[in-house]
Design a protein around this ligand. Structure first.
Ligand code: A2P
Length: 266
């Protein structure tokens, strides 16, 4: 009888273990993985994650980290593209599986890229909410701003669910609840299914409806700052709107009034 231990499956380079997977719709899911001990990141940044490809080479895509920087684990939020090279496979991961994570966080949706202000707007479409899921759980966001407005536009109500569940859970969260203290406001809209607020956030900004709904003055360079993460169309349109209000785009090396990142397809 052969008593030698079974050979261990080779561990992937930069492997992390999946701890939890939640399927929100047939085309959206979130998952949590172990966090490399050495990984430091700023809430809002992204990393490259993926799986080993059939050719033995890592297949990696940029994913915003959706968990805050104080969390022991890392969370990601992804679409499932049925013929997408990575997400067609990634959507099947289960707790205990391994993924590859390159521990080199980067990105512009960070507090360091914004000048001080009073009100922070977070504009997202679709999975572009991921970096903001991190930032709205970061105490620094509430230390730096008196009011935080998360505006999320999706096609359907089901696509809003990940953000809605998160936002509703935060006031009672033992770690972050006290920092939020009523400062976080949520402005969800849908464009292709009935919901209490329908239409693109860009149209709500242009018409002023968003300001009326929230009871805030129009955007002003003196007090308002913004972060934008969505489709190329959203990013371009919001840039134009924000610049129309006199805001200037910032970067890590040159902080200003707003910052933009495209939502990664994954
Ligand atoms: P719409 O249904 O009017 O295109 P997608 O699934 O295509 O990435 O879009 C996600 C959400 O972002 C949809 O609700 C979509 O609205 C909205 N959207 C797409 N482009 C823009 C844009 N340029 N400005 C504002 N919202 C947009």
């Amino acid at each position: 009888m052969n008593t030698a231990p079974a050979p261990k499956a080779p561990t992937l380079p930069d492997a992390q273990t999946v701890t939890q997977v939640t399927h929100w719709t047939d085309w959206l899911f979130s998952f949590r993985v172990t966090r490399p001990k050495s990984l430091r990141f700023r809430s809002g940044e992204f990393v490259m994650i993926g799986l080993m490809g059939d050719n033995g080479r890592p297949l990696l895509r940029a994913y915003s980290i959706a968990s805050p920087s104080w969390d022991d684990e890392l969370e990601f939020y992804s679409i499932k593209v049925q013929d997408g090279p990575l997400t067609s496979r990634l959507q099947h991961i289960k707790a205990g599986d391994e993924i590859i994570l390159r521990p080199k966080p980067v990105g512009t949706l960070v507090h360091d890229a914004l000048l001080p202000g009073k009100r922070l707007y977070l504009f997202a479409t679709g999975t572009g909410i991921a970096p903001f899921a991190s930032l709205i759980r970061d105490p620094e966001t509430y230390e730096k701003f008196d009011e935080v407005i998360l505006a999320h536009t999706c096609r359907t109500v089901a696509e809003l669910e990940y953000g809605r569940v998160l936002v509703e859970s935060l006031p009672d969260d033992p770690l972050i609840g006290e920092f939020i203290d009523g400062k976080l406001r949520y402005y969800p809209t849908t464009t292709r299914e009935d919901s209490p607020k329908m239409g693109r956030v860009t149209d709500k900004l242009r018409s002023g409806e968003l300001f009326d709904d929230l009871g805030v003055p129009p955007i002003s360079v003196d007090v308002d700052r913004a972060m934008v993460c969505g489709s190329m169309g959203l990013n371009k349109d919001i840039k134009e709107i924000l610049e129309g209000f006199g805001l200037r785009e910032g970067a890590n090396s040159d902080p200003a009034h707003y910052v933009v990142e495209k939502a990664f397809v994954g």
